[in-house]
Write a protein that binds this ligand. Structure first.
Ligand SMILES: [Fe+2]
Length: 312
């Protein structure tokens, strides 16, 4: 597939609420092939109208659990896009691919387009899988990944925010249900560790996709100064987040540099226009965010839980 085919752009006029009935089969076709559809020109009267559109595909919208970045709930099942400093880039990722349960569908709606920057880069996870050196790809696939997170202590989100509760018992139950190992530390903070996939197979298309956030969680994702300061002050075990191969052995920086190079080569990007709605197959397509200045509001909804720990 040529990179320019992503996303498929469906332009039209009239209310967004009519699009599923009018163009549902075009949307389904585009999602199954390109993996992403941009609906442009339609009238989205409110965030509620966007919520209704996303819910109209027949699956209840999901809550954002075990998140890695701060976001606020806007309206039942609709969240702000990540509240992460505007001047920083959010690298490409599939939503919640650092865990073993993730949404298959994700929708974005641009309420306010940033006057400067703020585009959402995209990349095809199948192309990333194909583009990587097979030896590296197999090493990751066979060994799996172990993500380690240390919450709170002013370095990362507090656990109460990540798990949406103050109740330790509820956190423990969530972790047990989702195959997450956990340790309460003496200072009351929480460490989690989870063995996850590096590569996943799409349940509908049967294709293998690169599906992990090692390039985001690995210590090499920090800039050199941050990395040195954190390692000097808290040490490797207390880093807010890090990732190892599944057997606990370190992942060399060079391996993740190679992953980042393929991601960069496969990135496509488009500038948002206010009113745009982007619908992605979250396993086929990665998304990110370019730095921006000025006001920007993009809201997000997710649906269709899929993964390896949830009861059928
Ligand atoms: Fe995201």
């Amino acid at each position: 597939m040529s990179a320019s085919a992503l996303p498929v752009v469906l332009e039209g006029t009239g209310p967004l609420s009519a699009v599923i009935e009018d163009r549902g089969s075009e949307i389904a076709d585009a999602l199954g092939t390109a993996g992403g559809v941009l609906l442009r020109g339609y009238t989205v009267a409110s965030v509620e109208a966007f919520r209704g559109f996303a819910a109209g595909f027949g699956h209840p919208l999901l809550s954002y659990e075990f998140g890695s970045t701060p976001r606020s709930k806007v309206e039942g099942g609709v969240y702000s896009s990540t509240e992460y400093p505007a001047h920083r880039e959010i690298p490409l990722h599939n939503e919640q691919s650092y865990t073993r349960d993730w949404p298959l569908r994700i929708w974005f709606h641009c309420v306010t387009a940033a006057p400067e920057g703020g585009a959402t880069p995209l990349a095809d996870s199948r192309a990333i899988h194909r583009g990587l050196d097979p030896a590296l790809r197999d090493r990751f696939a066979q060994r799996g990944l172990r993500y380690v997170r240390n919450f709170g202590n002013g370095l990362d989100l507090p656990w109460s925010k990540v798990f949406n509760t103050e109740d330790r018992g509820a956190v423990e139950a969530y972790c047990r249900d989702h195959a997450i190992d956990f340790t309460w530390k003496e200072d009351g903070e929480l460490r989690t560790s989870q063995l996850c996939q590096a590569v996943a197979r799409h349940p509908r298309t049967g294709e293998d996709v690169w599906f992990n956030q090692a390039h985001l969680f690995h210590v090499s994702a920090l800039d050199a100064v941050e990395r040195e300061v954190l390692l000097d002050t808290v040490g490797e075990d207390e880093l807010p987040r890090n990732v190892y191969f599944g057997d606990g052995s370190p992942i060399p920086d060079e391996e993740l540099d190679a992953v980042r190079a393929v991601l960069a080569a496969e990135t496509v990007t488009f500038p948002w226009q206010a009113g745009d709605v982007l619908m992605l197959d979250n396993m086929l397509i990665m998304h990110g965010r370019e730095p921006y200045a000025g006001p920007r509001k993009v809201v997000v909804a997710m649906a269709e839980a899929h993964g390896t720990t949830r009861a059928a």
